[in-house]
Design a protein around this ligand. Structure first.
Ligand code: 9MR
Length: 747
């Protein structure tokens, strides 16, 4: 520590000289130590410890005896408060540490010492007995004088000893520029092209003239040659690119590579089997998202965990959840359902669109020419209900449906029949945190028209799909749907508060004409009744141009109705026109895809990628795929297939956005329980988990620190802290589920 002390002293000396000799230095230009007594030369002041930790100076270091038997990381800690952080300034956070016995890790954070305890930088290194030094650079996203350097030591069953020294937080260091490793400049679908499908790639190059390309098999033998097509500068990446079409090669095989301009792509297959796997993996994602039930390790090795939010401490549980103060005076049992994403919230609007898309994957398989409903039938998904003679996909969706029905306001209450918008924690919780370890109070938020119509739509759809398997449940769902429909008509303009985003997302939507259209469409398709038919035909949404560049999502639900009216058999007057409108939408997306040098059906205005852009791309692909189901025309089949290439690596970052698929895949999605990046004892997300993908608005601090000024496709980072570019959600995986099934069916 003496060395450090000298370094600090001489730095102070330098600073003093600089200050007298030169005009005022620009803020942040000098390196300044923010931590007091990081070398423990004067005892442990001003460091604090949690009451259960005993700390003192030993051999010039701070050593802490940590008790066993705590749950969360922050249940035992050492730290220092009152640290000033300056927004936009970069800091080097470094320390030396030991842990004994071996095998323990420390969660070291720089964050906020007061609620909501945001962390601006955190790492969880595994400690050694002999000791290591650790050093990290990050940029502060905020101005605060309430900063904290904290070492969280809890969560271990056994007692252990932690020692640290030379703790430093040096401000004014040069920021570490973030350069994503994008690998070879030839960008391919790293998973697989279908033997009979289109095969396209993108080459990043400064060359403006066409170049030779070669396709090699696994032995390195050239099996096909051709010329690239120069495409100029691509606005979505800022790169000069060429495209490559090797679709003429139809020979099945693994380990192919594509070479051009002296670069060789990552390997890929020409085969369908990966999509058969993906069909199941994408749908299996939902079991591990279940709330209210233990996840069985025998069904998902490595993913077993206790039931979340079932009234077992420290959970406050979802069995008797009150409203936010002043909203209602009853409690509801809202156990079950799927957790929305990496958080522990459950939201009816997002639950609704997700359930619709999972159910629609099944419904499409029943009606489409290439559909094979048995592929997601009983016994395919390895869930507790497998073997009950009900298609597994329906069993999985029912887990969420039962929850959605519980969110309905009970009879006798003023808003009876409406649905509460959401239920989640009172405050945001930190990462990592298993659902069963969440200690927060849970609350119901006010009912909204949007949530009510989501419930009406999905429950109506459920009523027709479950009828052959469970008449009683089908009848219950239909009754709930009718009740919700009537309640929405009686309260057509109750919107979610866009500022209600503490402890959970807001999911605000102040245009519900599309939700009304969707609910009416599902009720019509299930009952054939005149009231719903009239509502559909009279809705301005019925004839509106709804297939815009961004794709449908939880707030823009008209497409859910239009796709179902076009494909689920009915006697709707003018049904041909509805079918034609889908084909017209698909034509637009195919045109976008053909004009795009990365070959995808997504070109948002000014290349401003939206939150969850990956699922929007998949949704535009669903529209193209549906046009294929309607017309049987190859150009739609090919367009839908080609859209997958972007998701699997034919993109500016050369990454597959689906965990477990492709040579380099997204695997650190923002999640409180697939948090391996923060705790080596936790898993990464299961195979088949889609990352949200590039988001030009980069709302989270990590993305803001690393990706400032990013162009379209580059606004993404595979880091668990980047919740605005790298989360996973039930409504994004439903898009993957639907497309995976379509692609597998084309084999
Ligand atoms: O996907 C949602 C995105 O469209 C919204 O712009 C954003 C802000 O409201 O919220 C996203 O949804 C998040 C939700 O609010 C909470 N759970 C995680 C969701 C995905 O990030």
């Amino acid at each position: 520590m003496n060395r450090r002390r000298t370094a600090l002293l001489s730095l102070t000396g330098l600073l003093a000289t600089a200050l007298t000799a030169l005009p005022a230095a620009p803020a942040g230009a000098e390196e300044t130590e923010q931590v007091r007594n990081g070398t423990f030369d004067t005892g442990i002041e001003p460091w604090w410890t949690s009451p259960n930790v005993t700390a003192g100076v030993s051999d010039g270091r701070l050593c802490a005896d940590v008790p066993g038997g705590t749950t969360n990381r922050w249940d035992a800690a050492v730290g220092q408060n009152d640290i000033t952080l300056v927004k936009g300034e970069s800091y080097r956070f470094s320390f030396a540490a030991t842990g004994s016995p071996a095998g323990h890790s420390v969660r070291a954070i720089v964050g906020l010492s007061a609620a909501p305890y945001d962390t601006y930088h955190e790492v969880t290194p595994q400690l050694s007995v002999s000791g290591d030094t650790y050093s990290y650079t990050f940029t502060s996203p905020v101005d605060t004088t309430q900063g904290q350097v904290g070492f969280q030591l809890g969560g271990s069953a056994d007692a252990w000893r932690f020692c640290m020294d030379d703790v430093s937080l040096l401000g004014g260091v040069p920021p570490e520029p973030y350069e994503p490793d994008t690998g070879p400049r030839v960008r391919v679908n790293q998973v697989a092209y279908l033997p009979s499908g289109p095969k396209n790639a993108t080459l990043v190059t400064d060359a403006t003239d066409r170049l030779r390309w070669e396709l090699k098999d696994a032995d390195g033998d050239v099996v096909r040659r051709g010329w690239t097509v120069p495409r100029g500068v691509d606005g979505s990446s800022g790169q000069n690119v060429h495209s490559i079409d090797f679709g003429a090669h139809r020979t099945r095989g693994t380990g192919y590579t594509l070479t051009a301009d002296g670069e060789t792509s990552r390997p890929f297959d020409i085969d369908a089997s990966a999509y058969e796997r993906l069909r199941l993996d994408a749908a299996k994602y939902y079991y591990t998202q279940r709330s209210g039930t233990p996840i069985r390790d025998d069904l998902r090795p490595g993913y077993g965990r206790p039931a979340g939010h079932v009234d077992v401490a420290p959970n406050q549980g979802d069995g008797k959840v009150p409203c936010q103060p002043g909203v209602c005076d009853y409690t509801l049992d809202v156990t079950g359902g799927w957790y929305d994403a990496g958080d522990h919230g459950k939201y009816v609007v997002n639950g609704g669109i997700s359930t619709w898309e999972v159910l629609s994957t099944y419904e499409r398989a029943r009606h489409a020419r290439t559909g094979e409903a048995g592929k997601l039938g009983d016994g395919t998904l390895n869930i507790p209900e497998s073997g009950n003679k009900v298609p597994d996909l329906l069993d999985e969706a029912r887990w969420e449906l039962e929850f959605l029905l519980k969110m309905q306001v009970p009879d006798g209450e003023p808003l009876a029949g409406m649905a509460h918008h959401k239920i989640h924690d009172e405050q945001w919780t930190g990462l990592p945190l298993l659902p069963s370890d969440d200690p927060q109070k849970r609350e119901l938020h006010p009912p909204t028209t949007a949530a009510t119509l989501n419930l009406a739509a999905t429950a109506a759809q459920a009523a027709r799909l479950y009828k052959p398997y469970d008449k009683e449940f089908a009848a219950k769902a239909l009754a709930a749907s009718r009740k919700a429909w009537a309640a929405a008509l009686a309260h057509p303009e109750i919107y979610a508060d866009p500022d209600d985003g503490i402890g959970g997302g807001a999911y605000p939507d102040d245009d519900v004409t599309d939700e009304f259209y969707w609910a009416a469409a599902e009720l019509y398709l299930t009952t054939g009744e005149r009231e719903f038919q009239d509502f559909v035909l009279n809705s301005p949404v019925h004839t509106a141009d709804i297939f815009g560049p961004l794709g449908y999502d939880w707030a823009r639900t008209a497409a859910a109705a239009r796709l179902d009216l076009a494909t689920v058999p009915s006697r709707l007057p003018g049904r041909d026109k509805v079918r034609h409108s889908v084909v017209k939408g698909a034509d637009r997306y195919v045109a976008t895809l053909r004009a795009h040098p990365y070959g995808m059906p997504y070109a948002p205005e000014d290349n401003r990628y939206d939150w969850g852009s990956n699922h929007q791309i998949l949704h535009n692909a669903v529209v193209i795929a549906t046009a294929y189901d309607i017309t049987g025309a190859t150009k739609y089949r090919d367009g839908a297939l080609q859209s997958m290439d972007y998701i699997f690596g034919r993109n500016a970052l050369n990454i597959s956005y689906v965990t477990g698929y492709g040579d380099v895949d997204a695997r650190n999605q923002h999640s409180r329980w697939y948090a391996r990046q923060l705790d080596p004892n936790l898993p990464n997300p299961p195979a088949g988990t889609l990352a949200g993908g590039p988001n030009s608005s980069i709302q989270d601090p990590l993305a803001q620190a690393k990706l400032q000024g990013c162009t379209g496709q580059f606004c993404y980072i595979d880091d668990i802290q980047s919740w605005s570019t790298n989360e996973h959600t039930i409504n994004w995986n439903s898009a993957l589920t639907r497309m995976a099934s379509f692609v597998a069916d084309q084999a």
